[in-house]
Ligand binder design. Structure first.
Ligand code: GLC
Length: 440
């Protein structure tokens, strides 16, 4: 491996390269705006180089928060940038009266990482009073986001919130969503005409198929029709899923908000009520004992989506699994590792839908390895955690700061670069934190 300093210099250089006015783009060409959960990880990365920018990153992100608490998955800070689809004229965020005029945004959200990112920033800089002042100011905004999720996205009051678009899961193209998407039968005229951009910039063999893209657009149109408000969507959407990763990160962020809230003297009783319900239902409703994994629940079909996939493992980071569940998931990881896979494939390598290079259908993702690493450490699986960390750092070292990577050892060994976009911001952030965090 190159030395640690070289990797850190490169990570810092990439964050600087991707820095725009107050926010950092995920990568320059493919994703030219501010993405919600990317910015969370990126803020954590900036924390190691420039705390002021870490703060600004989150401030800029929350400048796009809607009056109802929703935090959009994309903020279109530049209204003249046209190389992305779906762009702001397509989303029509103004349909919701609480959407800010500026920045224009999408109408869906992404996994709520902000609570734990904030706690982590403070843990790295315990003496920084500017950061503490900022944390006190942003805490209520993060709480407002969580309240939006529990009120708009949890009709049965189970403490498990739903997503209604694969893009809200953060794992856009995962095979998890295939069956639900295939149940959407599109007839001519059901969606407006549109022109994709992603497959012009990235290798089409690594991108979603056209039929799937049409369904993404259909679900977007459904959100638009209901002004992106929860109840109408819950009643009509053919895609309604209680996702593992989304709920695990919400629970992990609740935990951070509670810890910080107590420290700041804020009222945390609402959070405690959500948390008790969320953890209990997650543990029971999303556990699949045959797979030894947590899996998402499809609210339309009223059944689990019984597939092994990276999101289930993130329950470890949120402290959700009991010992038996944690051991079960750990065995799954060990079996993959012992059978020539680098950790961690984003989808079950034994499943039919596994595709080691198409995005979210198999490749290794930087931010997922970061989450998995933290979870394994939390449960005392230090040896496996170290593999998750070093497999990732070695990939970046050899194949560059890419968006995602090949998980099959033999194939990865012959490659000279990773997959998807290059000079990727959350890859840089994950490298920085894994190399520098005080409790790595
Ligand atoms: C892709 C990923 C999503 C991410 C975005 C920007 O759409 O699936 O999780 O936020 O790229 O990096």
């Amino acid at each position: 491996m190159q030395n640690k300093d070289q990797l850190l210099d490169k990570a810092h250089e990439i964050l600087q390269l991707n820095l725009r006015a107050g926010f950092t783009v995920p990568t320059a060409r493919l994703y030219p705006f501010q993405w919600n959960w990317d910015s969370g990880f990126v803020s954590m990365g900036w924390g190691h180089f420039n705390v002021a920018q870490a703060i600004r990153e989150l401030e800029t992100l929350f400048s796009g928060q809607w009056a109802n608490g929703m935090l959009p998955h994309i903020l279109f800070h530049s209204e003249t940038e046209t190389t992305y689809f779906p762009n702001h004229p397509f989303w029509e965020s103004y349909r919701n009266p609480g959407a800010p005029q500026k920045p224009k945004s999408s109408g869906i959200t992404q996994p709520p990482v902000h609570g734990f990112v904030l706690e982590r920033l403070l843990a790295q800089h315990p003496q920084n009073t500017t950061l503490e002042t900022f944390a006190r100011a942003i805490w209520p905004k993060i709480l407002h986001l969580h309240r939006f999720l529990y009120t708009h996205r949890d009709p049965e009051q189970e403490g498990l919130v739903f997503i209604y678009h694969p893009w809200e899961s953060g794992r856009d193209n995962s095979p998890l969503w295939d069956a639900a998407l295939r149940r959407i039968h599109l007839q001519p005229g059901m969606i407006p005409e549109y022109e994709r951009q992603d497959n012009k910039i990235a290798d089409p063999s690594e991108r979603p198929t056209q039929a799937d893209y049409d369904r993404y657009v259909y679900l977007l149109e459904l959100g638009k029709k209901h002004a992106y408000e929860g109840p109408g969507i819950a009643a009509e959407s053919p895609f309604l899923v209680q996702d593992t990763l989304f709920n695990a990160l919400l629970i992990r962020s609740n935990e951070s908000l509670m810890a910080l809230g107590k420290r700041f003297g804020f009222d945390v009783r609402e959070l405690e009520r959500w948390q008790a319900k969320s953890i209990g239902h997650f543990r029971e409703k999303l556990w699949n004992s045959a797979l030894n994994m947590f899996v998402p629940f499809d609210l339309v079909q009223q059944e689990q989506i019984a597939l092994r996939e990276i999101g289930g493992f993130t329950a470890l980071y949120a402290g959700i699994p009991d010992k038996r569940q944690a051991d079960g998931m750990h065995q799954v990881l060990q079996s993959w590792q012992q059978r020539d896979f680098l950790l961690c494939p984003s989808f079950d390598p034994d499943a039919e839908a596994f595709d080691s290079r198409r995005y979210w259908r198999g490749p290794i993702w930087p931010q997922m390895n970061w989450l998995l690493y933290q979870g394994l450490v939390r449960y005392g699986f230090q040896e496996t955690a170290d593999i998750v960390r070093s497999d990732f750092l070695h990939l970046v070292d050899r194949l560059g700061f890419h968006e995602y990577f090949e998980p099959q050892k033999e194939i990865a060994a012959t490659q000279t670069q990773g997959y998807g976009g290059g000079n990727f911001s959350w890859t840089a952030a994950a490298v920085a934190d894994l190399l520098l965090a005080k409790n790595p």
